[in-house]
Design a protein around this ligand. Sequence first.
Ligand code: SAM
Length: 276
Amino acid sequence: MAEKPDLPPLREVIARHGLSASKALGQNFLLDEQQLDRIAAIAGDLGGAAVYEVGPGPGGLTRALLRAGAHVWAVERDRRCVPALAELAEAFPEKLKIIEGDAMKLDAGGEIGRSFHIVANLPYNVGTTLFTRWLSATDWPPDWLSLTLMFQKEVAERIVAKPGSAAYGRLSVLSQWRSSAVLAMKVHRSAFTPPPKVMSAIVHIRPEEQPGGVEVGMIEQLTAAAFGKRRKMLRQSLKGTSGAVEALTKAGIDPQRRAETVTIDEWVNLARALRS
Ligand code: SAM
């Protein structure tokens, strides 16, 4: 059973450390402990697990992860948050490692040295860049066991979108061709302090087996070209990709179709046909 020390309310921690939310750092804090526990639970059973948390801020989600029994490596760019996080590290001895730095410049695997879950409530621009980086790992399965990430609701919907929907695009294919992706929870803007302009949602991703004979670079190249011109027929949008039109036929995909109708399995078959 994980230790559950008594902690001061998050509002008190924020006031005592003068952590007024910085717009430049995309700071919108979650303070409702019950909701934070629900988010941590989405990552699965974290007892004894290693978790890489990006952007802990005053440590709301970090507390929930620690309460769930995780060992947390938390990387935060805002040094004002470090003393508040250090208090949390004292309350959970040997369970929390605080890394002051920019997550865009760090290699989580190098920091942690074993398989880990990634959990983050990040500013949306940083979140999407890191997300695509984690999904584009050349080695598969990657060194992360799962991703539990907060996104703007529309981005979360794009990640889990199915063919034929307006939200289906590059991000959907990248997220689903060798992973499972679910929209696990919606979070109302009023849950944050201060509230952002948009609604949010949490996406949970787990790596699956990578289909044979396909490389991530090929999936990225094909979907970039095809969804870059999503209103055009594939034979048109893939014109610049050498061999693509022949590969469409070989993969049994009508070149007159549009990118948004192509299923994940068909993207995989197309990438395979192009490779051979
Ligand atoms: N996890 C806290 C919560 O849920 O209340 C804070 C979330 S707030 C939306 C995003 C946090 O990410 C802020 O604390 C911000 O300082 C931090 N952050 C922003 N850019 C970052 C970066 N490049 N690397 C690490 N942390 C970053």
